[in-house]
Design a protein around this ligand. Structure first.
Ligand code: GTP
Ligand code: MG
Length: 440
């Protein structure tokens, strides 16, 4: 799914990768690449424009998180805006009346009939509902049989009634559901190659008769932008309550999924991911964005950092680093921050100058031991590591229950880290490490 888009976007991110210093033109270059990616994925141009404006203003905007690399920041920004574009949060079916009525509409071959059966099955499995499928496509030969076959395969009843009059089927279907105690009915309707007036009027009338809780339009994700325009027209005529985007298992370019919400203002509620009737999923904008970007790990990493890093403490620490006053208290504080974030190695990867820090090799299991050792130092010792002589080391070893060799190793790591940070501070002072121009 969306392989092409994914690949192009990752090229955009690469433009920023490994840049210690990033200029506005780098960002502009990456932005241009993102734009090209979206346009070639057949995303509606208005949508692209809006997205670009938002990403640009954020990327060239303010806040900065020092511990994250520029490409990671950029990915996060693009991700957040994609999530927004896709609707923010998931959107549930709103089924209030009894029986609740779902009307399936859409262009020919988009997947209405299949999706009607999929939703019936989904409602039984997830919501314990007992649905009646109503075969209300009287135009295509064998359309009714198709739904009957699908219904039989999942043990869901299908009502067809008088096979010539769609309005009668609708009315009778509703009564049948009431009589049989079905709490939900899903009406499958006819599709057309494009919007034609007769068909619109027919489905409008079915809608008036059945007063649906949900009017779900099925969109084929493999189709082009025209489908999104058709969606807007269906919405104007029928008041669409949500969309189902099908065939995401194919090599869809992504345009439909990315444009629908923005163009119509209505949410995508489900996605179809295969021909089998189980292959339907609730549409989650955040999961979709992360699938499109293929950068789920980076995004959650940045999120964790944003959530957990205590900015004030970091600033304080940074000041000390610059002055090379990195004490064991600071070391311990940093360990605690790292622990809060979960993985030390992922954390190290994100820190500026991380490659060097990796040599320090404090593996995750050791974190607790290291903290125990630092806890066994006196306040004075933590502030001034130079005073930790052999007898003090022995005392610390006994206090923390760790072998002397480990105390020595920690002291050495700490000295190396301190040296490295001193260097780092100097480089920054000389301006060799340039500041990140876009803030976050
Ligand atoms: N791969 C894949 N195929 C799908 C999906 N949804 C539907 N299809 C297939 O698409 C074809 C058309 O599906 P239908 O459900 O008959 O579409 P329809 O909108 O009812 O078609 P008409 O009634 O002729 O307008 C069928 O072969 C389905 O199996 C999906 O999510 N993934
Ligand atoms: Mg059909």
């Amino acid at each position: 799914m969306f392989e092409n888009l994914q690949e192009k976007l990752s090229q955009a991110f690469k433009l920023l990768k490994g840049k210690g210093k990033i200029s506005e033109s780098n960002v502009r270059e990456a932005l241009k690449q993102v734009k090209i990616s979206l346009l070639s994925a057949d995303v509606n141009y208005k949508v692209v424009k809006e997205l670009m404006e938002r990403v640009t203003s954020k990327a060239l905007g303010e806040k900065v998180i020092k511990s994250i690399t520029p490409d990671q920041q950029f990915i996060k920004i693009v991700n957040d805006e994609l999530v927004e574009l896709l609707g923010g949060k998931e959107s549930n079916l709103d089924l209030k009346s009894r029986p609740s009525v779902i009307l399936m509409v859409g262009l020919q071959g988009s997947g209405k009939t299949t999706t009607a059966a999929k939703i019936a099955l989904w409602l039984r499995r997830k919501k314990g509902r007992n649905t009646l499928l109503v075969a209300d496509d009287v135009h295509r030969p064998a359309a009714i049989e198709q739904l009957e076959t699908l219904g039989r395969s999942i043990d869901i009843p299908v009502f067809a009634g008088y096979r010539k009059d769609p309005y009668k089927i609708a009315k009778e279907g509703l009564n049948f559901a009431i009589a049989k105690g079905n709490d939900t009915i899903i009406l499958d309707t006819a599709g057309r190659l494009q919007i034609d007036e007769d068909m619109m009027e027919e489905v409008e009338e079915i809608s008036r008769i059945t007063k649906p809780d949900e009017v779900l339009m099925v969109l084929d994700s493999m189709a082009g932008q025209d489908v999104v325009n058709a969606a807007a027209e269906f919405d104007r005529r029928l008041g669409i309550t949500g969309f189902v985007v099908t065939k995401l298992d194919g090599d869809s370019r992504g345009g439909v999924a990315l444009s629908t919400k923005y163009v119509t203002g209505k949410a995508i509620k489900f996605v179809g991911t295969g021909e089998k009737l189980e292959q339907i999923d609730v549409f989650y904008p955040d999961r979709m964005a992360s699938r499109i970007l293929g950068m789920g790990d980076v995004v959650s990493l940045v999120e964790r950092v944003q959530e957990n890093f205590d900015n004030e403490k970091m600033k304080e620490m940074e000041k000390r680093l610059r002055k090379a006053q990195f004490t064991f208290d600071d070391f311990r504080e940093q360990l605690r921050q790292v622990k809060k974030m979960g993985s030390l190695s992922s954390m190290l990867e994100m820190m500026p100058g991380a490659a060097k820090l990796k040599d320090v090799k404090v593996d995750e299991d050791q974190l607790t031991h290291v903290e125990a050792i630092i806890n066994s130092m006196t306040k004075k010792e933590r502030m001034n590591s130079g005073m930790i002589n052999f007898s003090r080391k022995k005392r610390i070893a006994a206090g923390s229950g760790r072998p002397l060799s480990e105390i020595n190793k920690l002291m050495k790591s700490y000295d190396e880290m301190k040296k490295m940070m001193k260097k780092f501070g100097k480089l920054e002072k000389k301006g060799k490490l340039g500041k990140f121009p876009f803030r976050f």
